[in-house]
Design a protein around this ligand. Structure first.
Ligand SMILES: NC(=O)N[C@@H](CC(=O)O)C(=O)O
Ligand SMILES: [Zn+2]
Ligand SMILES: [Zn+2]
Length: 399
């Protein structure tokens, strides 16, 4: 199986301290196969400060994960300790079956998460409500006043995993609830894709920005919005052009490290399939430029979304990439490649809490440049889950 690799040739020069081969996932075909990949990215250099390439060890304020799927039941018990071992807090996505639509459900889910953690874990789940056509102002007010629910999540109905109960008509059905969110200061987190099957799947984020986000901002300029797991240059530009502090975006490791070739490299690659789907290389480069620019409007959200192996390696495979245990090394790889390790901490640990109005963490995490291999799978209830870049070598690890 060929790896999902697209690493631009120009990056090799910046890896003088570590053998270039070290980073390339082992494909059985060796380095040449990777270098000849059809990514179309062979001459690109990412922006950076040009000051950080020699760094071998990096201590940063402990990161939080601003977009995490922990699932439920046995799956929750398997993955929650993995996130809790790395991140201090995480925004917990509510797309369970049935979804987490009110305070009672959020508190019950929070209890199940706490029970899934080791007794010494210092991990704070930041709960969210799943917005539906019938969510009420009271639902939002109660949730906000609890202090434990930090946001409301918009899934356009049909756009992604477990979004069937999502919103069918945001402006027709949800405006009073959105007004309540403005009053409560509760951000709206958006899966920013239209669900219209007539819109090309690679264009759904751009069309969402044009047809939903732009008018939404006009109607409710004081609503705080996080455009989740952005994948396009269009989204980067949108976030950058909204400079009033109300709009931010999370960025996943997969959208920073892979382009859409990774879906088909050497054959169909179900473990690289997520929504929004990977985009072309120009978009990936725009994302890397955005997160390494030092802008405070972009922050870490893994969108770690475990699905049991057989539900992804299937005739109709689920969307979602499991990255929680390796996400931090993957992000370090991105910033190192861009020679911008000095911008990593802002992205992983400062911009998120600042946007949410929460305190920054006080303890630290140390990353070291040391080769290791991503495990090929993790336990997931009775089955297993395959992580992003399973079995491949990474250059960074958590000390
Ligand atoms: N990202 C994904 O591909 N899947 C997520 C849902 C989501 O975040 O859209 C999931 O819950 O599996
Ligand atoms: Zn989503
Ligand atoms: Zn998600």
């Amino acid at each position: 199986m060929l790896p999902a690799m697209f690493k631009p040739r120009a990056f090799a020069a910046s890896f003088s301290l570590v053998p270039t081969e070290g980073f390339f996932p082992r494909s059985g075909k060796g380095r040449l196969a990777v270098m000849n990949s059809t990514s179309g990215a062979s001459t690109l250099v990412e922006p950076g400060t040009g000051q950080t390439n020699g760094i071998q060890r990096l201590t940063i304020i402990q990161p939080d994960d601003w977009h995490l799927h922990l699932r439920d039941g046995d799956g929750l018990n398997a993955v929650a300790p993995l996130s809790a071992g790395i991140f201090r807090r995480a925004i917990i996505m509510p797309n369970l079956k049935p979804p987490v639509t009110d305070l009672a459900a959020a508190l019950a889910y929070r209890d199940r998460i706490m029970k899934a953690l080791p007794s010494n874990a210092e991990f704070e789940p930041l709960m969210t409500l799943y917005l539906t056509d019938v969510t009420t102002r009271k639902d939002v007010k109660d949730a906000s006043e609890s202090g434990l629910v930090k946001a409301v999540k918009l899934y356009p109905a049909g756009a992604t995993t477990n979004s069937q109960a999502g919103v069918t008509d945001l402006f027709g059905k949800c405006l009073p609830v959105l007004e309540e969110m403005v009053e409560q200061g509760l951000p709206l987190l958006v899966h920013g894709e239209v669900a219209d099957q007539m819109v090309d799947i690679f264009d759904r984020e751009k069309v969402f920005i044009e047809t939903v986000l732009t008018p939404l901002r006009q109607k409710l300029p004081d609503l705080k919005i996080v455009l989740e797991h952005i994948t396009t240059e269009d989204a980067v530009k949108y976030v950058e052009s909204n400079s009033d502090g109300k709009v931010a975006a999370t960025v996943t490791p997969q959208h920073l490290l892979m382009n859409r070739n990774a879906l088909f490299q050497g054959g169909l690659q179900p473990h690289n399939y997520c929504l929004p789907v990977l985009k072309r290389e120009t978009h990936r480069r725009a994302l890397v430029a955005a997160v390494t620019s030092g802008s405070s409007r972009f922050f870490l959200g893994t969108d770690s979304a475990p699905h049991e192996r057989h539900t992804k390696e299937a005739p109709c495979g689920c969307a979602g990439i499991f990255s929680a245990p390796i996400a931090l090394p993957l992000y370090a790889e991105v910033f190192d490649q861009a020679d911008a390790l000095d911008k990593l901490e802002g992205f992983t640990s400062l911009n998120g809490p600042d946007f949410y109005g929460l305190p920054r963490n006080s303890n630290t995490t140390t990353l070291v440049k040391k080769r290791w291999n991503v495990p090929t799978e993790y336990g997931f209830g009775p089955g297993t889950v395959v992580p992003m870049w399973a079995g491949h070598a990474l250059n960074w690890n958590i000390e």
